[in-house]
Design a protein around this ligand. Structure first.
Ligand SMILES: Cc1cc2nc3c(=O)[nH]c(=O)nc-3n(C[C@H](O)[C@H](O)[C@H](O)COP(=O)(O)OP(=O)(O)OC[C@H]3O[C@@H](n4cnc5c(N)ncnc54)[C@H](O)[C@@H]3O)c2cc1C
Length: 355
């Protein structure tokens, strides 16, 4: 039976995005076999419809109904091989990220434990180079396999070719909207050492097991972050901003306690959550959307929020942060309109443009 016959119409996406925003997909299909990608893309092309692939919908802001085909990645399967130095694990893109991490730790293949409890799928993990507790996907990923619309064939990029950077990769730049990731390959070293130089992990004893790190990361995340199943959210709404050393120096004269970290190209990274918190915006709400009470970087769907509430809240935060710190916050969350992803500033405006 052709996969096209399983395409559904007018599907409610509220359970397919962790903000739980009500938006519909004109057409909707679950992708279970990589061989079907070609046919689905051709179907959308023949009807001149936009298409979009999603995983767990945990990094999306659905601004309105989507007029094309939403492809939900359900590709499953994990293959493991090993040599004297490392385990090589190929995971299909539709595998649940957290369950995959938990499985590797249980199998005695450490290396992913710091990335526990990040919602979403394996296939989305290279897109924004997910990171937490001192590790990024770039540290453990060796290859990404995908269907390319440029060549209408499956292709593989090495980790280096993926151009991973802070919450960024080639899949958000040159290959944006051009690929459906089908598999991610991980190389996990057998000479593993726990990475515990970040946040609360510093308290763990030397020689700690991967299972203990995994449990500690889960414990800390549960205590800090709202569970999207209970309170709709998409994790960190903004990226941590990068500023020049001159800018940092002038900020530090006014706010000596401001957290800052060295970044590439001699820049400094600031903590977006700290900036928002400093302005007293925790708990601030517009309509049904609010800044989380405890985590200033997380915007939540407090009470039947509309996308417009979240947009207004986001705009307000950007304006306040710009006025006080001369720093422009960039959303980490992807903004999706009826025809696909848009650059957030097209709907948010730019507070810096008014000057
Ligand atoms: C409570 C919470 C905590 C979070 N914590 C973190 C964190 O610590 N670190 C972090 O980095 N992120 C974090 N996130 C963000 C999010 O979980 C990650 O970005 C995750 O990788 C998104 O996966 P997803 O499957 O839900 O992607 P989706 O939201 O479905 O999609 C995100 C983007 O990736 C694209 N995409 C998805 N699958 C594919 C594919 N197979 N091929 C091509 N493109 C694809 C989509 O088109 C979209 O542009 C958090 C989110 C929440 C809700």
């Amino acid at each position: 039976m052709s996969v096209v016959s399983s395409i559904q119409s007018d599907v409610d996406l509220s359970s397919y995005n962790t903000f739980a925003l009500a938006a519909k997909a004109k057409h909707f299909v679950e992708l279970k076999h990589a061989e079907d990608i070609n046919e689905l893309i051709a179907w959308a092309g023949s009807k001149q419809l936009p298409w979009m692939v999603i995983g767990g919908g945990s990094n999306l802001l659905l601004l309105e109904d989507f007029s094309g085909l939403v492809i939900v990645n359900k590709l499953r399967g994990i293959e493991v091989s090993e040599d004297a130095d490392c385990y090589t694990i190929k995971a299909a893109a539709g595998e649940d990220w957290h369950q995959f991490v938990q499985w590797t730790v249980k199998q005695g293949m450490p290396g992913l434990e710091n990335l526990a409890l990040i919602p979403g799928t394996v296939g989305a993990s290279p897109v924004q180079n997910i990171g937490a507790y001192g590790i990024e996907l770039a540290d453990v990923c060796s290859e990404v396999e995908f269907y390319s619309l440029l060549t209408n064939s499956m292709q593989t990029l090495s980790s280096k070719q993926c151009k991973f950077a802070y919450r960024d990769s080639i899949f958000k730049a040159q290959l944006k909207d051009q690929v459906i990731i089908s598999k991610v390959t991980f190389k996990l070293s057998k000479s593993w050492l726990a990475k515990r130089d970040y946040g609360g992990l510093q308290l763990l004893a030397e020689g700690v097991s991967a299972q203990t790190v995994f449990e500690e990361v889960c414990r800390m995340r549960i205590s800090k972050l709202p569970d999207p199943k209970i309170l709709g959210n998409a994790g960190s709404f903004f990226k941590n901003p990068l500023v020049s050393q001159e800018h940092l120096s002038s900020l530090l004269t006014r706010y000596p306690e401001m957290p800052n970290y060295p970044a590439s190209n001699g820049q400094a990274k600031l903590a977006a959550g700290w900036l928002i918190d400093k302005l007293g915006l925790k708990g601030y709400s517009i309509g049904g959307a609010a800044v989380h009470q405890d985590q200033a970087l997380v915007l939540v769907n407090k009470a039947n929020a509309k996308a417009s509430d979240l947009l207004a809240l986001c705009r307000h935060i950007r304006q306040q942060v710009w006025q006080s710190f001369n720093v422009l916050l960039q959303p980490e969350v992807r903004f999706i309109t009826h025809s696909g992803e848009i650059e957030p500033s097209t709907v948010l405006g730019r507070p810096d443009a008014a000057e």
